[in-house]
Design a protein around this ligand. Sequence first.
Ligand SMILES: NC(=O)c1ccc[n+]([C@@H]2O[C@H](COP(=O)([O-])OP(=O)(O)OC[C@H]3O[C@@H](n4cnc5c(N)ncnc54)[C@H](O)[C@@H]3O)[C@@H](O)[C@H]2O)c1
Length: 384
Amino acid sequence: MAMKRASASAFLALASSGNSNSSILTRELHASPGSKKIVGVFYKANEYAAMNPNFLGCVERALGIGDWLESQGHQYIVTDDKEGPVCELEKHISDLHVLITTPFHPAYVTAERIKKAKNLQLVLTAGIGSDHVDLKAATAAGLTVAEVTGSNVVSVAEDELMRILILIRNFLPGYHQVIKGDWNVAAIAHRAYDLEGKTVGTVGAGRIGRLLLQRLKPFNCNLLYHDRIKMDPELENQIGAKFEEDLDVMLPKCDIIVINTPLTEKTKGIFDKERIAKLKKGVLIVNNARGAIMDTQAVVDACCSGHIAGYSGDVWYPQPAPKDHPWRYMPNQAMTPHISGTTIDAQLRYAAGVKDMLDRYFKGEEFPPQNYIVKEGELASQYR
Ligand SMILES: NC(=O)c1ccc[n+]([C@@H]2O[C@H](COP(=O)([O-])OP(=O)(O)OC[C@H]3O[C@@H](n4cnc5c(N)ncnc54)[C@H](O)[C@@H]3O)[C@@H](O)[C@H]2O)c1
């Protein structure tokens, strides 16, 4: 049981001998009565906060759980200040029990921070994707890391479909013409295509990948997917996509590649110079998964040469992307800040999911199993 009712304060203890994780120092979880210090790191909404009462994912609303936490005697500190040795987050690292953060404005939970955070037991991701946490260090320290699995998968799949269409129709240059007072149909039309009949491959066909494939089916494309796990034949048939066991066999067949795997040790930098060179000339790539799955400079070079005819996504490394990030300035891109999974609908879902996990934590109950990324010294299988 992850949520043990144990001692009144967090402590480091050797896991009992005979346990498969006996070599691991386990930071005991407990749900003892008494005040917990919870820190939430989110993006600031400033003047936009007041524009929508359901805008829960920002510092100003802090997932809408402040009154609830305080009514139970807990301390809830909220900030967007997450970088550098004197930031607000650092001030609370040494005595916080729970850290909530979000991929849209990630607090990087490094090994150094984990070492300093002696009371930390639980790291919650308001959204999906916990690669901002040093998962090896979190595992070794016996932390629990969990996210709101499924909370924004529809939001991301819809956004990916939009990006595919924006790239294939060469939409953005047309929009920019209008803003600038220009009118040049040829400048757009010479490289605008229909989606119908094109080969689209998703790297990763989990929750988001499958929703995307389902949404692409009516466009009459040739759909391919690569994943660690083949779907069961009935689902595969219903979705209408063909499994490709070997990534390097699938990729050169694709007119459009969409990336839908988490960032793990196995997926980090897999789109490097060599792999990109083997893609079809003129390929379009959509990446809402994580920026570091790509080799940053290899993408820039291929967009400049035209080998990649269009690159779109909302994920960068680091985030917020610095002003001089080269993806801001490369040609043939349709990048945005990290927005696809933080629609208002998604915020309502991930805020509710975080509240549910905190409630279970206080009561000493288990989380929904699919939410765990690190539990009792073990990483979720796809992160291993
Ligand atoms: N941009 C956003 O706002 C946003 C929002 C949500 C999720 N995401 C990203 O999308 C990722 C996927 O989300 P999901 O909900 O679909 O996750 P998921 O766990 O449902 O699916 C991930 C799929 O990737 C596969 N996979 C993992 N490692 C692989 C590997 N090395 N090779 C081949 N396949 C591999 C898994 O088997 C699984 O089917 C998240 O981890 C996150 O990084 C981004």
